[in-house]
Design a protein around this ligand. Structure first.
Ligand code: S3P
Length: 441
């Protein structure tokens, strides 16, 4: 039963305080920004997961020194355009859409050709969303049907662009911002709001960035070409990882949990807003700011009067990675929950809309899936006793962790495949579950 997790018992009540690992979005951004800073950058609490470690390996292949110690990581950047590698070097983003899309922006200016590849899941994902704006900058990208592997032919003569981003994708926005940083002149991006970590880092580093909010769009202007020095960062905890424990607590009986030191940047806290509206008892305490990012401790208490939600579509980009978990809460909530504009959910490590529907069907929860909308009929008395097997989901780490939370809160006997998938984003996931009394083999 290697790589299969067996869960046969619900979790007992708990009253604990935990830490979760460093934020993935911030870890990858710190690594990429440090790789093109001047001099040494140092990060503490960098997420020690496959997505981040593969990013560090790729950065080393670009000729940048990376030193990883138990407690910190150092990157010795050589400034904008400071990479050195031989023609047709291959870098592998493995499972990470964020690293793949962001690094493409940085590679826009490299004269040598470079090949970007990824694992089976990433090679199925769409890259036209970044190829199109990069082409406008003057970068040539050769691919089959806009999928990895890509051959990137950068240019020294990048031209600034004006671009409209309608998906609300932070990966696309950040790719363009990083290309803009390497491009003389002013690049203008009109975009649907999405997580703004790249913007906050640019501001922290005093780069030339101006952001205006106009009619629910952000207009970002970047003047490229400015060098910046290496910088240190203490990465706060990841709300996407914390969310599994928020939901575990809400759906467990008589339990309380404090999740310490979490990045609660408002572009990421949609799950808290929605779960609170559903009667979830969640409170943010000890709020503070760190380099422009908001950080707090999240307090959660079991909540047994959950009600359905009509989820406003404008919030989707603030909770995109947490949607499958929210669907699980809807399964236990009174009434019918509704979601719309979910197209982007089909373009993650797996088609998470399709898999979520399959998952709820398995639990006996009525749901209706459409091209981009989803309806769930909750059952507050939901209790499981059958045998469940979860497999064939593209080794999607978030579906694995979702299944563990369902098993520990709803009952039944569960065989959940691809245990190793947690290494993508949250290697300590099972250890933390154990700390709270979760039993599995
Ligand atoms: C991320 C952005 C989101 C998210 C991903 C991380 C980022 O993707 O799903 O896990 O760090 O920028 P999109 O921007 O494509 O929606």
């Amino acid at each position: 039963m290697k790589n299969i997790l067996l869960i046969q018992n619900k979790i007992n009540s708990f009253n604990n305080s935990i830490n979760v690992s460093g934020d993935k979005s911030l870890s990858i951004r710190w690594a990429i920004m440090s790789a093109q800073a001047l001099g040494k950058s140092k990060a503490f609490n960098l997420l020690n997961s496959e997505d981040v470690n593969n990013a560090l390996i790729a950065i080393k292949k670009l000729g940048i020194k990376v030193v990883k110690k138990k407690d910190y990581c150092e990157i010795f950047g050589k400034g904008l355009n400071g990479f050195s590698f031989s023609n047709n070097t291959t870098i592998n983003a493995q499972n990470s859409g964020t690293f793949a899309r962001l690094i493409l922006g940085v590679l826009a200016k490299t004269k040598k050709k470079i090949i970007l590849k990824g694992d089976r899941s990433l090679s199925n994902r769409d890259f036209s969303r970044v190829i199109e704006p990069l082409n406008k900058f003057g970068v040539k990208i050769i691919s089959k049907k806009n999928k990895l592997p890509l051959k990137v032919c950068g240019t020294e003569y990048l031209r600034p662009i004006t671009y409209e981003e309608y998906k609300g994708s932070a990966q696309v926005k950040s790719c363009i911002m990083l290309a803009a940083l390497n491009t003389p002149g002013i690049t203008k991006i009109k975009c649907k709001p999405s997580r703004n970590h790249t913007e906050l880092l640019f501001k922290h580093l005093k780069l030339n960035i101006n952001i205006q909010n106009k009619n629910s769009y952000d207009v970002i202007k970047i003047k490229g070409g400015k060098q910046y020095k290496g910088f240190n960062y203490i990465i706060p905890g990841d709300i996407s990882s914390a969310s599994f424990f928020i939901v575990l607590t809400l759906l467990s009986k008589n339990s309380k949990l404090v999740i310490k030191n979490i990045n609660v940047n408002e572009t990421r806290t949609g799950i808290i807003d929605i779960l609170k509206k559903m009667n979830g008892k969640i409170f943010l305490k000890n709020k503070r700011y760190y380099k422009g990012e908001k950080v707090a401790d999240i307090h959660v208490i079991s909540s047994n009067k959950l009600k359905s939600i009509n989820c406003p579509k404008e919030i989707n980009s603030r909770l995109i990675d947490e949607l499958p978990l929210i669907f699980l809460v809807c399964a236990k909530a009174k009434g019918i929950s509704r979601f719309e504009n979910l197209d982007e959910l089909r373009h993650k490590e797996s088609d998470r809309l399709k898999l979520s529907s399959k998952f709820l069907n398995m639990l006996g929860i009525k749901n209706e899936i459409n091209i981009n909308s989803f309806k769930i009929k909750g059952n507050p008395n939901l209790l499981l006793s059958k045998n469940f097997t979860v497999k064939d989901y593209f080794k999607d780490h978030r579906i694995f962790m979702l299944s563990c939370i369902a098993a520990l809160t709803l009952g039944g006997t569960w065989k959940i495949h691809d245990k190793n998938s947690v290494n993508t984003s949250f290697p300590n996931f099972l250890k933390t579950l154990k700390e709270l009394g979760g039993k599995f083999r």
